[in-house]
Write a protein that binds this ligand. Structure first.
Ligand code: AKG
Ligand code: FE2
Length: 262
């Protein structure tokens, strides 16, 4: 992995060393304080560009165009809410997905499986271990957002999302999030409605550099990627890890996300 990852700056392969423990402690502290951490420029110079160039032809010609209207909860209804409640306002998401089975021998798949990365991520999340998925489509997705496309407001269904940005667009495609909007005990539907109406002044923006790994705790922190503007697509890899080994999606889930079961 030395040819792809900056293991001098991020000694993922030195588990047990003081440098590894420091890195882990810094990440854990950022997760607790901010709900996220970055490994900025984890990819060595030029590697994000090489991986993006490897995947771009597949993204251009064989990706699944995922276009859908959804609410922030990704659920058809919420038991506490009448269907016309403004917290259920629908938004539109459009993106293009390349699945793991379309890039089986790629560099990005090798990074996804790199055992020291899994052990490091598990440690930062306070979990005994993390496992790659068995699902041949879902384990790694490379999402491209073209001019005008966006990932709209949502709460994640998983506790953490792990992304690796491959290519930033010329304009737009920013990561917006709103901390402390809801908690396990307070769904704050009125606050959600204000956010969706564009009336929340506490939305924050992150602009990541390509080659940066980001771990985000998005279950209670609504977030979106704003519409991309210009000819350069935003390309981001989403790595799916689970505490249990061999997790698979159902056929229905695969059809819903990717338009195909196999
Ligand atoms: O594209 C990103 O930066 C965020 C991805 C995300 O929010 C998700 O996959 O749930
Ligand atoms: Fe998300």
């Amino acid at each position: 992995m030395h040819e792809y990852l900056d293991l001098d700056r991020y000694p993922l392969d030195q588990e047990g060393s003081a440098a590894w423990a420091d890195l882990c402690a810094t990440a854990t502290a950022a997760l607790a304080a901010e709900g996220m951490f970055d490994l900025e420029n984890l990819l060595l110079p030029g590697v994000a560009e090489t991986i993006a160039a490897e995947i771009a032809p597949i993204a251009r010609t064989q990706s699944f165009e995922h276009r859908r209207r959804h609410n922030i909860y990704f659920r058809p209804s919420v038991p506490d809410l009448p269907p016309d409640h403004p917290a259920l306002r629908e938004v539109e998401t459009i993106g293009h997905t390349v699945c793991a089975d379309q890039i089986p021998d790629s560099t990005i798949m090798a990074i996804y499986r790199y055992p020291p990365l899994l052990r490091f991520l598990a440690a930062t999340m306070g979990k005994p271990a993390l496992h790659t998925m068995r699902d041949p489509l879902a384990k790694v997705n490379v999402m491209s957002y073209r001019n005008g496309e966006a990932l709209n407001w949502h709460f994640d269904r998983s506790e953490f999302t792990v992304t690796l940005l491959l290519q930033a667009p010329d304009c737009g495609g920013d990561f917006h999030y709103r901390s402390n909007l809801r908690s396990e005990s307070d769904p704050n539907y009125d606050g959600v409605a204000r956010l969706l109406a564009g009336e929340d002044p506490e939305i924050r923006t992150r602009r990541l550099a390509p080659g940066t790994l980001n771990v985000f705790r998005g279950k209670n922190t609504p977030h979106r990627v704003s519409p991309v503007e210009g000819a350069r697509d935003r390309m981001v890899t989403v790595f799916s890890y689970y505490e249990k080994p061999d997790v698979m999606f159902s056929d229905e889930e695969r059809i819903g996300f990717y338009g195909r079961a196999t």
